[in-house]
Design a binder for this molecule. Sequence first.
Ligand SMILES: [Ca+2]
Ligand SMILES: [Ca+2]
Length: 230
Amino acid sequence: MKSLGILVSSVLSAQVIYAVSITELDDFNAPNGAPNPEEGWREGNGSPSQPSRQLTGGLDGSGFLTDSSSGISPGKRMQLWNTAQWTGNYLGQSISTLSLDANNLSGPGGQTINLRVALNGLGGWFVTEPQVLLPEAGWQSLIFDLSLTGLVHAGQGNAVYDSTMSAVTRLQIISLEEDTFDFGGNAGLRGDSIAASLGLDNIKAGAAIPEPSGVALILMGCTGLMRRRR
Ligand SMILES: [Ca+2]
Ligand SMILES: [Ca+2]
């Protein structure tokens, strides 16, 4: 019976798989002293500059997540990741965008952050284009396109978009200026080695970005119809 119990419990624990949801929102607003205020965002164990939660100072004054990089090993790269609530089936949940509030907190004369979102899975690493965060620019609300056209295969895996997006094993936020992709063990897709400080808040899953060209075409069609009726 004891071995059966061990078998049952191991099967049950194996079934505990994180499933990302279209309603996922990381707002870092947990009260002081609450468990996991960083909401599972972390970096390599060797880094002395792990992401940490600030109780106030977000875009709406609420709590937010901050991460720094030194440009000097260890902890030299701007990158952090999540292997918990952001893993799972993005295609099944129709998640095509990731929005977030970001702030380059590096101060006057600080380094520019080229923020990207990267996802890993059986297809390997897929990554967005960078969005530029200048120091002293304050909070900015950004949307990253996670659709087939918004991501490029950075390396590893079978290079098939659906293979990664149907079973994401890691969501990573990095600063990476050039399209030169470098991988390192547990570091995954490496971020740039820069001295910078980043603030993040309201990391949110979303549906596809509406296509303005499509709306414009519909409006043009309506105008044409009205003209014909005159
Ligand atoms: Ca917040
Ligand atoms: Ca760090």
